[in-house]
Design a protein around this ligand. Sequence first.
Ligand code: FES
Length: 253
Amino acid sequence: MPMLETATVVGQTRVARDTYRMELAAAGIAAASCPGQFVMVQAGHEGARLRRPLSLHRFDAGRVELLYRVVGSGTRWLAGLAPGEQLELLGPLGRGFPLHPDRPAVLVGGGIGGAPLVALAEARGRAEVPTLVLLGARQAAELVAVDRFRDLGCRVEVATDDGSAGRHGLVTQWLPEAMADFGEEAVIYGCGPQGMLRALMTLDPRFTVYLSLEERMACGVGACLGCAVAAADGGYLRVCRDGPVFAREEVRL
Ligand code: FES
């Protein structure tokens, strides 16, 4: 069950261009969370009320970590918070990633979409099965969490739009080649921009594919329908309530 918890900032680190990792003491949410879920960050600032969905980057031992990119006044305010300051978190919200810890996995993250995949890799554990992580970004300075995945024992490959790190181009361009070593038991998890998710939808049907559509959220709590996505059966699904993680067979993008 989601809860409203007053969280205390423990640390704040700039980890890439305009990108910060905030560590918060939030014991209730940390204990209840699953990889792929998110929280609504709620706080007053400059006379306005900030409500922003952020995926859980990591959670453990009474703490949660949020990885976010500064894109406007709200996230700029968040980046200015210092240890000891407090804000309200509502969560954990949504439906997370099925873990399939015994099956090989390929985790595909585009930009800040790599954030929740760290929690997923941690939860799957250092199993004997291989985990390949493919991270894409516009340029090297925007890559996130590469070392974190390596510390977890994952093989990590990167691609950048401008060729400043790893392969030159979109991460999905060489996904078929990267998948060549994987059999039909492989599970693919994707989180990132719409174009990347669409490309994952078209992968060989023998692969199990899960997509996190977190970029589509607005209110985050099922109230606005601003997150509606077309369901494969002709209806619609709410990303915040029914997702943000979906099996590819459930949605149309
Ligand atoms: Fe408002 Fe889902 S974001 S209903």
